[in-house]
Ligand binder design. Structure first.
Ligand SMILES: [Zn+2]
Length: 493
């Protein structure tokens, strides 16, 4: 009998992300695009309901947002105007959430072709993930499945979402682990939030992700059979689903089975993927150019104008935090990656306080710990940038110690009070008065003859013990540097 040789496999992942663009109106009509939570079918018109004779018109703001995303992802936006206008196509299929019987999307000439996104890896390195394309399309209506009081099942359609602008961002199959996939998604989401083109709420469906994954023997350059995984609505579920698929596909191959090319849905509760349908092929959609919309020429000067309006993105921010404020790479990345953190950090510096390193240390240390412990977002926290700066100034001025500062921060976090009020009300001011400290030290010396003896015999830990006793007496309010000096002076006298 032949001995089975264990093969090492690697996971290959490409991601498709659908982002709802936060324009005021829908992609091809004047209805409000702000559909979430609105009474059903109140934001509709002949165009998004696909009534006969209604014609679409392109939303300029949506195209501008798509161009911004393209520029941020290093896509070949500039080359489009060179005789090649971008174009819309019809993707034909029938489903109750699609009133026209086709979706207007982009096939051959999307707004954005090519590009890349740099992601930070769990081991500290970084990696470029290729972007295939980012094309503009429209969202479908929303189906609501209900069972009435008679026990009969119904499906209802809400057309408020029909025609909301979507941007589909397709990556190359460049990711090799569930962690890389979630790093890609986090990085992409942060960039989109910086651009302000979407609110990217995964739980509300304005940032949706499908994963194409396959496995292959390590070292192979060919791709295995591709499985598409859907229904993942958090970064965590993306990681879990991919980890599950990696194991499932490895086990299938080990049993001598072939991997079916299919679409599978992630079942969050059971922690498994379930086969939904075998994959239809692109030609089934009978794509053809949308006859109701003209090809769209993006003027180079318009793209230039958009470029000038682009906000500073995380990579540039990170570099600036390192060079201008001397932040360590990792701290700079953690703050720059998150728009709320970057905003807080820069607002704190805007008060005129110069020590960026100190701000970063407190933000990433004690403040983040409090946010996590209370499950609060930084933007909703009662600790504002100016309150943190006030606290740091109290510490810098020697009015409170760093240790007391932590307690004050907790109190500000809980009540929203000003740091100086907390310090005054709780009597936390640091004792720096020489006379007071001398009396305290003398009392501690008198009460601890053994430690005094040890110190005089050259045992240095005894000094630390005595300093600790003074700090204890004053509940941490004594200025430790001064206590140290006075202790030495009195002991060596
Ligand atoms: Zn409409």
């Amino acid at each position: 009998m032949a001995t089975a040789i264990a093969t090492d496999y690697e996971l290959v992942v490409g991601l498709e992300v659908h982002v709802e663009l936060r324009t005021r109106s829908k992609m091809f009509c004047a209805c409000s695009a702000d559909w979430f939570g609105k009474p059903p079918n109140t934001q509709v018109c002949p165009t998004c309901l696909a009534l006969p004779g209604a014609l679409p018109a392109i939303n300029k703001q949506a195209i501008e947002y798509a161009v911004m995303v393209g520029l941020a992802l290093h896509a070949d936006v500039e080359n489009l105007p060179n005789g090649k206008p971008t174009r819309f196509d019809r993707k034909n299929y029938t489903y109750p959430d699609l009133p026209k019987g086709y979706q207007i999307t982009q096939m051959d000439i999307p707004v954005n072709l090519g590009g890349w996104l740099e992601i930070s890896l769990p081991d500290g390195g970084s990696k470029r993930v290729g972007i295939t394309r980012a094309h503009q399309e429209e969202d479908t209506a929303k189906l609501i499945h209900r069972v009435d009081e008679m026990g009969e099942a119904h499906s209802l359609v809400d057309f408020n979402r029909a025609g909301v602008p979507l941007l589909e961002i397709v990556s190359e199959p460049d990711m090799r682990s569930p962690e890389e996939a979630s790093a890609y998604l986090r990085t992409l989401r942060n960039i989109l939030l910086y651009l302000g083109v979407t609110d990217a709420r995964m739980e509300e469906g304005s940032f949706r992700c499908d994963a194409n994954c396959s496995i292959r023997p390590v070292g192979s350059t060919e791709f295995g059979r591709k499985v598409e995984v859907k229904n993942m609505n958090s970064f965590r579920s993306v990681e879990r689903a991919l980890r599950y698929e990696f194991e499932r596909q490895k086990q299938a191959l080990a049993k001598g089975e072939t991997i079916a090319q299919e679409t599978r849905g992630w079942d969050e509760d059971k922690g498994v993927t379930v086969s939904q349908r075998s994959k239809e092929y692109a030609h089934d959609y009978r794509y053809f150019p949308e006859p109701d919309l003209p090809p769209l020429y993006l003027a180079p000067e318009w793209i230039e104008a958009i470029k000038r309006r682009m906000p500073e993105l995380p990579a540039a921010k990170k570099a600036r935090y390192v060079s201008d404020y001397g932040l360590p790479e990792e701290a700079a990345r953690l703050i720059a990656d998150d728009p709320a953190y970057a905003d807080f950090f820069e607002s704190a510096l805007f008060t005129g306080y110069k020590d960026g390193k100190q701000i970063a240390t407190w933000m990433l240390g004690d403040l983040t710990r409090l946010l996590k412990a209370h499950n609060t977002e930084l933007a909703d926290s009662l600790v504002t940038p100016s309150k943190l700066v006030d606290l740091l100034k109290l510490i810098d001025a020697g009015q409170i110690s760093g240790k007391i500062g932590k307690d004050v921060l907790e109190e500000v976090f809980a009540s929203g009070s000003l740091p100086e009020d907390v310090v005054r009300e709780k009597g936390l001011t640091q004792i720096s008065d020489e006379g007071d400290l001398e009396r305290l030290v003398a009392a501690v010396i008198a009460a601890n003859p053994k430690s005094v003896e040890d110190f005089r015999a050259g045992k240095m830990p005894a000094l630390q013990f005595l300093v600790g006793q003074v700090m204890k007496e004053t509940k941490g309010r004594a200025n430790p540097g001064k206590v140290n000096d006075i202790l030495r002076k009195q002991l060596e006298a």
